[in-house]
Design a protein around this ligand. Structure first.
Ligand SMILES: O=C(O)CCC(=O)C(=O)O
Ligand SMILES: [Fe+2]
Length: 202
């Protein structure tokens, strides 16, 4: 449960700043979640994985998300497990409910069109909250946009974006529609941790 109101906070001995951009649904930005070394380490770990991952053949999906992505499992490195633990501590969610960390890489012109992170299929262990951490500074473009809330978050290295969508009122959840705007120049690296309602990892 999200219980922060804003200002500065400390989680596991780490000092961070918090800006709450929307009350309901909660949309909040945390600064200083990862340091530069951690961001660079995640980028380097995922480079190899992205190369190995096949580019989707499903044209529809391809147009929706033109970036390339990969799930990193935390056996890869202690950096990944430390980062996952920190993100869950900030969110106040158990790590056992989190998926593996997902890494996205966007080149100029690439984007992730407006979407919901939850699944529409009923009776699944659905996602309830998302933490996106920006791993680098983008020269131009690449903002995360919430069109229904009028919120735009510029990617900044080490900063994390949190939002949740487990409200009883489906209209509130629908407001978390969001997009990764096209990168105009430079590249964008981001990592996403999706959290499920029930236990997901063993
Ligand atoms: O890249 C972004 O800004 C958004 C990423 C996103 O929406 C996701 O990973 O689900
Ligand atoms: Fe998303």
């Amino acid at each position: 449960m999200f219980s922060y109101s804003g200002g500065s906070l400390e989680v596991n001995g780490r000092q961070m700043n918090l800006k709450r951009l929307s009350e309901e649904p909660v949309v909040a930005v945390f600064e200083n979640v990862l340091d530069d070394e951690e961001c660079n380490a995640i980028i380097e770990l995922s480079r190899g994985e992205l190369k190995r991952s096949k580019v989707g053949t499903d044209k529809q999906e391809h147009a929706m998300r033109t970036s390339r992505g990969a799930f990193l499992d935390d056996h890869h490195s202690h950096v990944i497990s430390e980062v996952e633990n920190r993100l869950c501590a900030i969110m106040g969610m158990p790590l056992s409910h989190a998926e593996n960390l997902h890494i996205l890489h966007y080149r100029p012109g690439e984007e992730y069109k407006a979407h919901m992170d939850s699944f529409t299929k009923p009776d699944v262990n659905n996602r309830i909250a998302t933490m996106v951490v920006y791993l680098n500074n983008v020269e131009e473009g690449g903002e995360t946009l919430f069109p229904k809330l009028g919120i735009s978050i510029p990617p900044k290295r080490g900063t994390a974006l949190y939002f949740e969508y487990f409200y009883n009122d489906p209209k509130i959840n629908a407001l978390t529609l969001h997009a990764g705007s096209p990168v105009i120049s430079g590249e964008k690296w981001a990592s996403t941790l999706w959290v499920r309602r029930q236990k997901f990892r063993t």
